[in-house]
Design a protein around this ligand. Structure first.
Ligand code: CTP
Length: 414
């Protein structure tokens, strides 16, 4: 938990009355997972969509609803609610709530808290497309921007009202990223510690074609590599993510190059060089079919099942580590092992020639495969660091910070 930029940050979430209010429950859960303290205010309309009970169960605090509640005022006055927060997030921000904000109205708890704050306010609008594009709403957006309010979304897409266009609230992951960016900018006012560094990351599985409709693949989700890319971008690095096929959306601030096969992944990596750091987190298929069929393989009755002849794929980590020209000064690999984790990872590091290797125990008893937690050992040329059991997101953030530390130590030694 201590690894997240959100750890100990106080977020006041103001939930407006829109169908997207249900997404706030997921947002609260993710903020809490990262160690943030979340307080929530629900407008009257919001309570038509989510209940104070569900919000309060997730924040672990009471849900604030009433400006004139004697008990609330005695326990935590409305001014105190905004004063006590590091950041105010309005999600979903309805047209009505934004109009109130733009005009300084304060006639309920939400609008009062918003007027009483001198902290940054982040707004995630959600409304019907014509309400969003209406001149009045756009005027309010301009006013709010001029007042220093930040926006995330709205996105374009199908809407609950059956229309299509801009007005959908940003997804919880996008709002979370905007919140993390805000706190990162506060923590590193002159730009992150990796500003000026270029990072190349591989992630996800590769798909190796058998014929135009079939392929060989593995179960990698790509989550760990995407989280690392995002964590590095947040520390200011120019980040290029070469990703095999995944269902994940592009992390904000990261240039994503999508590929299918190991050979395409290698070409994309080589094209992206030079880089200061290369991180190979992809689960590259070790083998591909020697010659994939141009047409779909047909099943002929009476014939034997076809035999697939496999040939070895290029090893991207080893290729980057052993480059004569443009070898990135820091090359990091991964090693998922089921036994003798450190021993196997140490010899893998030496064999492939990378500088660091992130080793984890994926034996079934650990629950790492498909789970959210990970126990990692960082093997470097100098030795071994054992990290505590951490959420995968925290592993990414810790690795990003460890890389920043490595470069600042190297610079100090110059
Ligand atoms: N790797 C790579 N290209 C490959 C195979 C692996 O870049 N063709 C990288 C992975 O991204 C990872 C590291 O090498 O960073 C180790 O991957 P792993 O699958 O554990 O290595 P293997 O060489 O396949 O070793 P093993 O014998 O354990 O399967």
């Amino acid at each position: 938990m201590a690894e997240s930029i959100l750890n100990g940050r106080r977020v006041l979430l103001i939930i407006g009355g829109g169908i997207a209010a249900y997404k706030c429950l997921e947002l609260i859960r993710r903020l809490k997972e990262r160690g943030a303290n979340v307080r929530a205010i629900l407008t009257d309309a919001a309570q038509q969509f989510v209940t104070p009970l569900s919000v309060s169960s997730l924040t672990g605090d009471k849900a604030y609803t009433d400006l004139f509640s004697l008990t609330d005022e005695a326990e935590m006055g409305h001014i105190e609610l905004s004063r006590d927060a590091d950041l105010l997030v309005v999600a979903p921000a309805t047209a009505d709530l934004m109009a109130k904000m733009a005009n300084g109205l304060a006639n309920d708890l939400a609008s009062t808290a918003l007027l009483a704050t001198d902290k940054k306010v982040l707004v995630a609008p959600a409304m019907n497309v014509r309400m969003w594009t209406h001149r009045a709403t756009q005027r309010n957006v301009e006013t709010l921007m001029a007042d220093g309010v930040d926006f995330v979304g709205p996105n374009e897409g199908d809407m609950a009202c059956g229309e299509f266009g801009p007005g959908r609230m940003a997804e919880p992951a996008e709002i979370l990223a905007a919140i993390e960016n805000h706190f990162t900018e506060l923590a590193y006012p002159g730009g992150g510690p990796l500003k000026g560094k270029r990072v190349l990351i591989t992630s996800g599985p590769t798909h190796e074609p058998i014929d135009p409709v079939r392929y060989l693949a593995n179960r990698s989700s790509g989550k760990q590599g995407y989280a690392i890319a995002q964590a590095l971008a947040r520390l200011g690095a120019e980040t290029i993510l070469v990703s095999g096929p995944t269902h994940l959306s592009d992390p904000p601030g990261v240039t994503v190059k999508r590929v299918e096969t190991a050979r395409e992944m290698l070409t994309a990596c080589e094209t992206a060089l030079p880089a200061d750091i290369a991180i190979c987190a992809a689960a590259v298929a070790d083998w591909r079919v020697a010659s994939d069929a141009e047409q779909k393989l047909k099943k002929q009755s009476g014939e034997q099942a076809p035999a697939l002849m496999l040939v070895e794929n290029p090893d991207i980590l080893a290729t980057l580590s052993q480059k004569k020209n443009h070898r990135p000064p820091l090359v990091v690999g991964f090693a998922a092992e089921t036994e003798k984790v450190v021993e196997h990872a140490t010899s893998k590091r030496e064999r492939k020639g990378c500088d660091w290797i992130v080793a984890n125990d994926v034996s079934p008893a650990t629950g790492v495969m498909g789970g959210d937690l990970n126990t990692v050992h960082l093997i470097t040329r100098e030795g071994q660091e054992d990290w505590p059991l951490l959420p995968k997101q925290a592993v990414a953030e810790r690795l990003a910070r460890r890389i920043a530390e490595h470069f600042s130590t190297a610079k100090a030694a110059e």
